[in-house]
Design a protein around this ligand. Structure first.
Ligand code: 4AD
Ligand code: MG
Length: 431
């Protein structure tokens, strides 16, 4: 019998095949046993009828949840079965039979218990499609940049300076020198962008953030791009193209998984069909007030404000030109209004919040030194970054897309912890 993947069963209707996987669940109905097997690509129902070998029938009766096994039989189309196909089982071969019950039963468990068993929880019905959609998202980002001629490059994770403010730095001891885990690869991408023109990376970044929200991780993945000779408007156009491309690719590639997590692909496509909305920070504050959420002009958006913005348009919205005082030192001032910067946050619809932060970058040495001073940052550790403004400085812009926030929106997942295999949150480092 040919070994096939569960996702590919549709190509083998009428043939005898072998699937290899883990027993997910079982049920019985009279003289028939239904064995649900998952293999990482999907779930298939094996039907063990009364005609089969007594030994096979006995195995179907006794094998416990998460036993690993091989299951062989004829593929049949069955619209009511998960995935649309089933196996008329003639062969069962256990590989490893657990002797203690699998801790994660099919009943509801509390979040604390599930998180403590994350290494096993990822095997379950909702988690596997989520992780496949994450994979499709990352591939879509890579293909987009590759098609656009961006060079994949890397930023270091061990660094000597802050990018996004000093309050969320993770300090560590680098052989006697203070060092940190990187909050963003941006500064290094600005250097590689002056070497290669258009660059991107996808890597882990760290924020020692004491926020315990459903949108914050301590360690998360960022897809960051930087392009020479790109201005603020070009930057927004690039981000919009990327987000639309990612949504369309994920919907095309992972429709079955989206259905499995009960996310409507038509809604996602609808949300990115029209040009994204664009409002200024000041317009955003007014809209937030309209929705009855309190904040001051000059404040950053808290979770309720971001929520309000997220529900305004039914599609992603760029909030542009924030006050310089609440944004990092590297952003270029708006020439029309020097207390504002040429930046934008992209807010996803339906309450999923900010998925991208980006800006045009300061491109003269004088402005950079002045802005470092205003941010109370010493110039010496940023000497190399200042050098980029000394030799062939050009207008350049870039952005960082939060991979987990994006997967959260694409999959309609309430809490960010389910969008990464092993989430790092304020209160959890295990497993
Ligand atoms: O807006 P942020 O902080 O921007 C930067 O770090 C820039 N240096 C990026 C750049 O221009 N190259 O972070 C970018 C995105 C946010 O929009 C959000 O999606 C995500 O990263 N993000 C988080 N995701 C999960 N948990 C957290 N604690 C996050 N903080 C930011
Ligand atoms: Mg941001």
């Amino acid at each position: 019998m040919k070994v096939v993947s569960i996702a590919g069963l549709g190509h083998h209707v009428g043939s005898e095949v072998l699937v290899q996987g883990w027993l997910y669940n079982k049920r019985s109905s009279g003289k028939v046993r239904f064995v649900l097997v998952r293999d990482g690509t999907g779930i298939v129902q094996g039907v063990v009828g009364p005609g089969v070998d007594a030994q096979v029938f006995a195995l179907a009766d006794t094998l416990p949840q998460e036993a690993s096994l091989k299951m062989g039989g004829m593929v049949r189309a069955e619209p009511r079965a998960p995935g649309g196909f089933e196996l008329a089982v003639t062969y069962l071969e256990p590989i490893h039979v657990p002797t203690t019950p699998f801790p994660i039963g099919l009943k509801e468990h509390g979040v604390g218990f599930l998180m403590a068993h994350r290494h096993l929880w990822i095997r379950s019905r909702r988690q596997t499609p989520l992780l496949r959609i994450r994979d499709a998202t990352l591939w879509a980002i890579r293909s987009f940049f590759r098609e656009r001629g961006f060079v994949a490059t890397e930023a270091p994770v061990l660094v000597g300076t802050s990018v996004e403010g000093t309050t969320t730095l993770f300090p560590l001891d680098y052989f006697g020198t203070p060092a940190y885990l990187s909050q963003s690869g941006q500064l290094y991408l600005e250097a590689t962008c002056a070497a290669l023109g258009k660059v991107y990376w996808i890597g882990p970044v760290f924020r020692a953030e004491k926020s315990k929200t459903r949108r914050h991780l301590i360690e998360f993945w960022m897809a960051e791009a930087e392009q020479a000779f790109l201005d603020h408007n070009g930057n927004l156009a690039l981000q919009e193209d990327l987000v639309r491309y990612v949504v369309e690719s994920v919907v095309a590639e992972r429709s079955r998984d989206l259905a499995e997590v009960e996310r409507d692909p038509a809604l996602l496509l609808q949300e990115v069909k029209e040009p994204f909305a664009r409002i200024t920070y000041d317009e955003a504050v007014a809209a937030i007030w309209d929705r009855g959420v309190a904040m001051e002009v000059g404040d950053d958006f808290g979770a309720p404000a971001e929520d309000a913005l997220s529900h305004l348009f039914g599609r992603p919205v760029f909030v542009e030109r924030f006050p310089a005082s609440i944004k990092p030192f590297y952003m270029k001032r708006d020439p029309e209004r020097p207390d504002r910067v040429l930046c934008a946050d992209l807010i996803a619809p339906e309450g999923y919040g900010e998925i991208i932060g980006g800006s045009q970058r300061v491109d003269t040495e004088e402005e950079l030194l002045a802005q470092l001073r205003e941010a109370n940052l010493p110039p010496e550790p940023y000497q190399w970054y200042t050098d980029l403004r000394r030799w062939g400085s050009v207008p350049h812009s870039g952005f960082g897309l939060g991979v987990e926030r994006t997967v959260q929106w694409l999959t309609g997942t309430t809490h960010i912890r389910e969008t990464i295999p092993f989430p790092r949150t304020l209160d959890r480092l295990y497993p």
